[in-house]
Design a protein around this ligand. Structure first.
Ligand code: GUN
Length: 282
Protein backbone atom coordinates (compact mmCIF):
# COMPACT_ATOMS: atom_id res chain seq x y z
CA UNK A 1 0.00 0.00 0.00
CA UNK A 2 1.45 3.42 -0.88
CA UNK A 3 2.38 5.78 1.94
CA UNK A 4 -0.12 8.25 3.33
CA UNK A 5 0.64 11.84 2.29
CA UNK A 6 1.28 14.31 5.11
CA UNK A 7 -0.41 17.49 3.90
CA UNK A 8 1.68 20.42 5.16
CA UNK A 9 -0.43 22.96 3.31
CA UNK A 10 -3.59 21.87 5.14
CA UNK A 11 -1.85 21.71 8.53
CA UNK A 12 -0.40 25.19 8.00
CA UNK A 13 -3.91 26.62 7.60
CA UNK A 14 -4.83 25.79 11.22
CA UNK A 15 -1.67 27.52 12.54
CA UNK A 16 -2.33 30.59 10.38
CA UNK A 17 -5.97 30.81 11.53
CA UNK A 18 -4.85 30.85 15.18
CA UNK A 19 -2.12 33.43 14.40
CA UNK A 20 -4.67 35.66 12.66
CA UNK A 21 -6.97 35.50 15.72
CA UNK A 22 -4.05 36.50 17.97
CA UNK A 23 -3.12 39.37 15.62
CA UNK A 24 -6.77 40.53 15.75
CA UNK A 25 -6.69 40.62 19.55
CA UNK A 26 -3.46 42.63 19.52
CA UNK A 27 -4.90 45.08 16.99
CA UNK A 28 -7.84 45.64 19.34
CA UNK A 29 -5.23 46.72 21.92
CA UNK A 30 -3.73 49.05 19.27
CA UNK A 31 -0.56 47.00 18.86
CA UNK A 32 0.46 45.44 15.54
CA UNK A 33 2.94 42.52 15.52
CA UNK A 34 5.94 43.51 13.42
CA UNK A 35 8.53 41.29 11.76
CA UNK A 36 11.76 42.99 10.67
CA UNK A 37 13.59 41.07 7.95
CA UNK A 38 17.16 41.82 6.89
CA UNK A 39 18.45 40.52 3.57
CA UNK A 40 21.98 41.10 2.28
CA UNK A 41 22.35 40.81 -1.48
CA UNK A 42 19.82 38.99 -3.58
CA UNK A 43 19.75 35.50 -4.95
CA UNK A 44 16.67 33.80 -6.40
CA UNK A 45 16.19 31.42 -3.45
CA UNK A 46 16.45 34.12 -0.76
CA UNK A 47 14.25 36.48 -2.79
CA UNK A 48 11.57 33.79 -3.03
CA UNK A 49 11.72 32.85 0.68
CA UNK A 50 11.51 36.50 1.72
CA UNK A 51 8.58 37.09 -0.64
CA UNK A 52 6.70 34.15 0.93
CA UNK A 53 7.30 35.56 4.41
CA UNK A 54 6.08 38.98 3.27
CA UNK A 55 2.87 37.56 1.74
CA UNK A 56 2.15 35.52 4.88
CA UNK A 57 2.63 38.61 7.09
CA UNK A 58 0.36 40.68 4.85
CA UNK A 59 -2.39 38.05 4.89
CA UNK A 60 -2.42 38.03 8.72
CA UNK A 61 -2.08 41.77 9.35
CA UNK A 62 1.51 41.48 10.61
CA UNK A 63 3.70 44.44 9.66
CA UNK A 64 6.54 43.36 7.36
CA UNK A 65 9.49 45.70 7.88
CA UNK A 66 12.11 44.95 5.21
CA UNK A 67 15.80 45.97 5.01
CA UNK A 68 17.72 45.05 1.85
CA UNK A 69 21.46 45.80 1.77
CA UNK A 70 24.14 45.47 -0.85
CA UNK A 71 26.64 42.61 -0.42
CA UNK A 72 29.35 45.18 0.36
CA UNK A 73 27.72 46.25 3.66
CA UNK A 74 30.32 45.93 6.41
CA UNK A 75 29.87 43.62 9.35
CA UNK A 76 30.03 46.63 11.66
CA UNK A 77 27.15 48.37 9.85
CA UNK A 78 25.07 45.19 9.79
CA UNK A 79 25.56 44.74 13.54
CA UNK A 80 24.44 48.36 14.07
CA UNK A 81 21.21 47.63 12.13
CA UNK A 82 20.53 44.53 14.26
CA UNK A 83 21.20 46.45 17.49
CA UNK A 84 18.88 49.27 16.40
CA UNK A 85 16.12 46.74 15.72
CA UNK A 86 16.77 45.14 19.13
CA UNK A 87 15.92 48.44 20.78
CA UNK A 88 13.11 49.44 18.40
CA UNK A 89 9.85 49.19 20.34
CA UNK A 90 7.73 48.39 17.27
CA UNK A 91 9.91 45.48 16.10
CA UNK A 92 8.84 42.24 17.77
CA UNK A 93 10.69 39.73 15.60
CA UNK A 94 14.04 40.00 13.79
CA UNK A 95 15.01 37.62 11.00
CA UNK A 96 18.32 37.81 9.14
CA UNK A 97 17.87 35.89 5.90
CA UNK A 98 20.64 33.32 5.41
CA UNK A 99 23.05 32.74 3.83
CA UNK A 100 24.98 35.96 4.41
CA UNK A 101 27.98 36.85 2.20
CA UNK A 102 31.23 35.08 3.17
CA UNK A 103 32.77 38.38 4.31
CA UNK A 104 30.34 38.50 7.25
CA UNK A 105 30.56 36.45 10.43
CA UNK A 106 27.09 34.87 10.40
CA UNK A 107 27.36 33.54 13.95
CA UNK A 108 28.22 36.98 15.29
CA UNK A 109 25.27 38.58 13.49
CA UNK A 110 22.81 35.92 14.67
CA UNK A 111 24.00 36.14 18.26
CA UNK A 112 23.56 39.91 18.25
CA UNK A 113 19.80 39.42 17.85
CA UNK A 114 18.01 39.82 21.17
CA UNK A 115 16.79 36.30 22.17
CA UNK A 116 13.29 37.65 22.81
CA UNK A 117 13.10 38.85 19.17
CA UNK A 118 14.86 35.78 17.73
CA UNK A 119 11.87 34.37 15.82
CA UNK A 120 14.18 32.03 13.85
CA UNK A 121 15.42 30.44 17.10
CA UNK A 122 19.02 30.47 15.85
CA UNK A 123 20.72 32.31 18.72
CA UNK A 124 22.92 30.35 21.11
CA UNK A 125 20.49 31.33 23.88
CA UNK A 126 17.42 29.78 22.23
CA UNK A 127 19.33 26.74 20.94
CA UNK A 128 20.75 26.31 24.46
CA UNK A 129 17.27 26.36 26.01
CA UNK A 130 16.29 23.53 23.68
CA UNK A 131 19.36 21.55 24.76
CA UNK A 132 18.15 21.98 28.34
CA UNK A 133 14.78 20.50 27.37
CA UNK A 134 13.07 23.91 27.43
CA UNK A 135 11.58 25.87 24.54
CA UNK A 136 12.08 29.59 23.96
CA UNK A 137 11.93 30.33 20.25
CA UNK A 138 12.40 27.19 18.19
CA UNK A 139 13.65 27.04 14.59
CA UNK A 140 10.61 27.22 12.30
CA UNK A 141 11.77 24.37 10.07
CA UNK A 142 12.51 22.08 13.03
CA UNK A 143 9.20 22.98 14.70
CA UNK A 144 7.28 22.33 11.48
CA UNK A 145 8.97 18.95 10.94
CA UNK A 146 8.12 17.87 14.49
CA UNK A 147 4.46 18.85 13.95
CA UNK A 148 4.36 16.92 10.66
CA UNK A 149 5.80 13.83 12.38
CA UNK A 150 3.36 14.15 15.31
CA UNK A 151 0.42 14.43 12.90
CA UNK A 152 0.95 10.76 11.96
CA UNK A 153 -0.01 9.70 15.50
CA UNK A 154 2.98 7.31 15.61
CA UNK A 155 4.88 7.06 18.92
CA UNK A 156 8.10 9.07 19.22
CA UNK A 157 9.23 7.43 22.47
CA UNK A 158 11.82 4.81 21.62
CA UNK A 159 11.61 5.49 17.86
CA UNK A 160 14.84 5.59 15.84
CA UNK A 161 15.11 8.95 14.07
CA UNK A 162 17.73 9.74 11.44
CA UNK A 163 18.31 13.33 10.26
CA UNK A 164 20.42 14.09 7.20
CA UNK A 165 21.34 17.69 8.11
CA UNK A 166 23.47 19.06 10.94
CA UNK A 167 22.79 22.81 10.67
CA UNK A 168 21.44 25.11 13.38
CA UNK A 169 18.49 25.78 11.04
CA UNK A 170 17.25 22.19 10.89
CA UNK A 171 19.29 19.20 12.12
CA UNK A 172 20.52 20.35 15.51
CA UNK A 173 17.27 21.88 16.84
CA UNK A 174 15.23 19.00 15.41
CA UNK A 175 17.53 16.46 17.09
CA UNK A 176 16.91 18.21 20.43
CA UNK A 177 13.14 18.31 19.87
CA UNK A 178 13.03 14.59 19.02
CA UNK A 179 15.38 13.70 21.87
CA UNK A 180 13.16 15.65 24.26
CA UNK A 181 10.26 13.46 23.05
CA UNK A 182 12.14 10.24 23.78
CA UNK A 183 13.43 9.31 20.31
CA UNK A 184 16.90 7.88 19.66
CA UNK A 185 18.45 10.33 17.22
CA UNK A 186 21.23 9.99 14.66
CA UNK A 187 22.50 13.06 12.80
CA UNK A 188 24.20 12.41 9.45
CA UNK A 189 26.41 14.84 7.57
CA UNK A 190 29.06 15.09 4.85
CA UNK A 191 31.57 13.03 6.81
CA UNK A 192 29.09 10.22 7.54
CA UNK A 193 30.70 7.11 6.03
CA UNK A 194 27.61 5.19 5.00
CA UNK A 195 24.37 7.21 4.98
CA UNK A 196 22.22 4.20 3.99
CA UNK A 197 23.44 2.21 6.99
CA UNK A 198 21.79 4.82 9.23
CA UNK A 199 18.70 5.63 7.15
CA UNK A 200 17.73 1.94 6.88
CA UNK A 201 17.35 1.73 10.68
CA UNK A 202 15.17 4.83 10.92
CA UNK A 203 11.51 4.72 11.92
CA UNK A 204 11.58 8.47 11.21
CA UNK A 205 13.76 9.72 8.37
CA UNK A 206 14.27 13.44 7.79
CA UNK A 207 16.36 14.88 4.98
CA UNK A 208 17.35 18.48 4.26
CA UNK A 209 20.44 18.17 2.11
CA UNK A 210 19.66 19.74 -1.25
CA UNK A 211 20.40 16.72 -3.47
CA UNK A 212 17.51 15.48 -5.58
CA UNK A 213 17.16 11.67 -5.56
CA UNK A 214 19.52 11.29 -2.55
CA UNK A 215 17.09 9.05 -0.63
CA UNK A 216 16.28 5.96 -2.65
CA UNK A 217 13.72 3.26 -1.82
CA UNK A 218 16.37 0.75 -0.68
CA UNK A 219 17.62 3.27 1.91
CA UNK A 220 14.23 3.43 3.66
CA UNK A 221 12.96 1.07 6.37
CA UNK A 222 9.57 -0.39 5.37
CA UNK A 223 6.82 1.54 7.20
CA UNK A 224 9.03 4.56 8.03
CA UNK A 225 7.84 8.16 8.28
CA UNK A 226 9.76 10.15 5.64
CA UNK A 227 10.00 13.94 5.89
CA UNK A 228 11.58 15.72 2.94
CA UNK A 229 12.83 19.25 3.69
CA UNK A 230 15.07 19.35 0.61
CA UNK A 231 14.46 22.14 -1.89
CA UNK A 232 16.03 21.71 -5.31
CA UNK A 233 15.09 23.82 -8.31
CA UNK A 234 15.24 21.94 -11.61
CA UNK A 235 14.06 23.95 -14.63
CA UNK A 236 10.51 24.92 -13.60
CA UNK A 237 10.09 22.25 -10.94
CA UNK A 238 10.86 22.08 -7.23
CA UNK A 239 12.11 18.68 -6.09
CA UNK A 240 12.99 17.35 -2.64
CA UNK A 241 15.85 15.02 -1.70
CA UNK A 242 13.65 11.92 -1.79
CA UNK A 243 12.94 9.77 -4.83
CA UNK A 244 9.24 10.25 -4.08
CA UNK A 245 7.74 7.82 -6.63
CA UNK A 246 9.84 4.88 -5.38
CA UNK A 247 9.92 5.74 -1.66
CA UNK A 248 6.14 6.18 -1.36
CA UNK A 249 5.79 2.41 -1.90
CA UNK A 250 8.08 1.64 1.07
CA UNK A 251 7.24 4.34 3.64
CA UNK A 252 4.02 4.51 5.67
CA UNK A 253 3.86 8.34 5.69
CA UNK A 254 5.62 10.82 3.41
CA UNK A 255 5.65 14.59 2.84
CA UNK A 256 5.28 15.95 -0.70
CA UNK A 257 7.59 18.62 -2.16
CA UNK A 258 6.22 21.21 -2.59
CA UNK A 259 3.33 21.25 -0.10
CA UNK A 260 5.00 19.56 2.87
CA UNK A 261 7.62 21.22 5.08
CA UNK A 262 7.66 24.58 3.20
CA UNK A 263 4.17 25.93 4.01
CA UNK A 264 4.41 24.67 7.60
CA UNK A 265 7.72 26.50 8.09
CA UNK A 266 6.23 29.83 7.01
CA UNK A 267 3.22 29.21 9.28
CA UNK A 268 5.56 28.48 12.23
CA UNK A 269 7.39 31.76 11.54
CA UNK A 270 4.06 33.60 11.77
CA UNK A 271 3.36 31.73 15.03
CA UNK A 272 6.77 32.72 16.44
CA UNK A 273 6.28 36.36 15.41
CA UNK A 274 2.90 36.58 17.14
CA UNK A 275 4.36 34.81 20.19
CA UNK A 276 7.19 37.38 20.31
CA UNK A 277 4.72 40.26 20.03
CA UNK A 278 2.47 38.84 22.77
CA UNK A 279 5.47 38.27 25.09
CA UNK A 280 6.75 41.81 24.55
CA UNK A 281 3.30 43.30 25.22
CA UNK A 282 2.50 41.23 28.31
N1 GUN B 1 17.49 30.67 4.71
C1 GUN B 1 16.89 29.48 4.39
N2 GUN B 1 16.01 29.13 5.35
C2 GUN B 1 16.05 30.09 6.29
C3 GUN B 1 15.37 30.27 7.53
O1 GUN B 1 14.55 29.47 7.96
N3 GUN B 1 15.70 31.41 8.21
C4 GUN B 1 16.62 32.29 7.75
N4 GUN B 1 16.87 33.36 8.51
N5 GUN B 1 17.27 32.15 6.63
C5 GUN B 1 16.98 31.06 5.89
Amino acid sequence: MPAQLIDGKEMAKAILIQAKKDVGQMLERRARPTLSVIQVGSDPASDLYVEKKKLACQSLGIEFDFYLYDTNISQRDLLIVVKELNSKFHTHGILVQLPLPGSIDTEKVINTISPIKDVDGFTAFNLGLLEHGKEGFVSCTAQSILKLIESTGQPLEGANACIANHSILVGRPLASLLLNKGATVTICHKQTKDLAEHTRKADILVTAVGKPGLIKAEMVKPGAIVIDAGINRQSNKILGDVDFEAVKDVASFITPVPGGVGPMTVACLMHNTVKAALLQHS
